[in-house]
Design a protein around this ligand. Structure first.
Ligand code: ASP
Length: 439
């Protein structure tokens, strides 16, 4: 067995956290390839090192003095080194960073130094070789990640090493220019490494014990999700469940490598398994509930619209011309409703209405704001009768007025539109009927 282990920023924010990570790695000799993030927050009001680096570099970019800011960053690392009793000097690294900041090496170079330095410390702490991501994670001249070339190079390089520490979040172009993934991108690096070494599992260690059935800010101590498929996860993360970077599933998914989300602060918890497919039934009919607020619906009415060829296309053309993407589009015989993000729509509202009048000649247009969408997701729904019935009777009992229902033909999810003011009550009602009532 070969495991790739990625540790998030809060798992590596201090020497105390590093020690927990060391114990986790040493407890299982299959944990051979380690991907660290930059030090995150030590407490709620702390600042992530990545943010400190962005801040510091913005001074350098404006030709302002950044000595104090860089020193503060250095202190974060020194505190870890001292706490771990390591004989490691970062003099050379910081001299180089200061020089390259002055040369305006770029914002992405700056941001990447958090992962770079943390990985040097981790490699020394574990006694593992350090492999700089800039040498093995490749980007093309347009700044696009080169998946195949990276997979080949990384695979060859790591085949020669039976253990390694590889910094997350960044790579480089052929000319050495450092590029980063989007924020939270160390998750992606972990997945890329897992694919390249044909790992049996990609363990992603963070500060929660995996995915929860519902948002803990709405449901008091919700149950965790033991196993979730990639497709279910896509649905839930799109609707706001954020534990893992959205793009991190793609490299391992292609190889059928499962991801195990684990908690550094509670290493005995099994966490959540993310898998391609499973015959394991989820404990409840549903796997998870997630939701997003801040939607508008634009309801277009026109007699006989369903026999007018091209009507739907013309409606969507108006949204496209205004650069607005739509979320859902339920329709009736003489009505069609388009759900959009309120913040994308609000400034262009009157232009859209005028466009719809011009292109579709409707009988009426009606706009409603402050709506929320809730996704009830579960691979178990397909095989269970009455799921939709249970959801809607629970919502009716909770006095929630359902404004829209959309069930994909995959029967993997049911999307429900409600008023923003009913958002939390609706999630509670659904959680109660599927989880609490089953306990
Ligand atoms: N350190 C980077 C960030 O804060 C990347 C990561 O942690 O995954 O976004």
């Amino acid at each position: 067995m070969r495991k790739v282990v990625k540790f998030g920023g809060s798992s590596l924010a201090s020497a105390k956290q590093f020690k927990k990570v060391g114990e986790i790695i040493r407890a299982d000799e299959e944990r051979k390839y380690v991907i660290p993030s930059a030090p995150g927050k030590r407490h709620m009001h702390d600042t992530k090192v990545t943010d400190m680096l962005y801040e510091c570099y913005s001074l350098a970019e404006q030709d302002k003095n950044f000595d104090v800011e860089l020193k503060q960053i250095r202190l974060r690392f020194e505190e870890i080194i001292t706490g771990l009793d390591l004989a490691l000097s970062l003099d050379q690294e910081f001299a180089e960073i200061a020089r390259r900041f002055k040369d305006k090496a770029g914002k992405e170079y700056a941001a990447s130094r958090g992962e770079y330095l943390n990985s040097i410390i981790m490699a020394q702490y574990l006694g593992f070789p350090f492999v700089d991501a800039a040498e093995v994670v490749l980007f093309d001249e347009n700044g696009r990640f080169m998946a195949d070339a990276t997979d080949k190079l990384l695979g060859e390089r790591l085949a020669a090493l039976d253990a390694a520490v590889i910094p997350g979040f960044y790579g480089a172009q052929a000319d050495g220019t450092v590029k980063t993934f989007s924020r939270g991108g160390s998750d992606i690096t972990g997945s890329i490494v897992a694919k390249a070494v044909h790992a049996d599992v990609y363990e992603n260690w963070t500060d929660v014990s995996g995915f929860l059935i519902a948002d803990p800010r709405i449901i008091d101590r919700p149950e965790g999700i033991e196993t979730i498929t990639y497709r279910e996860l896509r649905e839930l993360s799109y609707m706001g469940a954020t534990v893992l970077h959205e793009e991190a599933i793609f490299p391992v998914r292609k190889e059928g490598i499962p991801i195990n989300i684990r908690n550094t602060n509670s290493p005995d918890d099994k966490g959540t398994w993310i898998v391609e497919s499973t015959c394991q039934k989820s404990r409840y009919t549903i796997t998870g509930i997630a939701g997003k607020r801040g939607f508008c619906s634009i309801n277009i009415e026109k007699d006989m619209m369903n026999s007018e060829v091209g009507f739907g296309r013309r409606v969507l053309q108006v949204f496209e011309e205004n650069g607005i993407s739509f979320e859902h589009m339920p329709s009736g015989i003489d009505t069609l409703t388009v759900f959009v993000h309120q913040d994308e729509f609000i400034d262009k509202e009157q232009k859209v209405v005028a466009g719809l009048h011009r292109l579709t000649r409707p009988d009426s247009i009606d706009i409603e704001s402050d709506l929320a969408l809730i996704a009830v997701v579960g691979r178990g729904m397909r095989a269970t009768r009455g799921t939709a019935g249970r959801i809607f009777s629970a919502l009716a009992h909770a006095n929630v007025n359902v404004k829209m229902i959309d069930q994909g033909s995959s029967e993997l999810n049911i999307i429900i539109g409600v008023s923003d003011s009913d958002f939390e009550a609706a999630i509670k009602a659904i959680y109660d009927i599927f989880v609490i009532a089953q306990l």
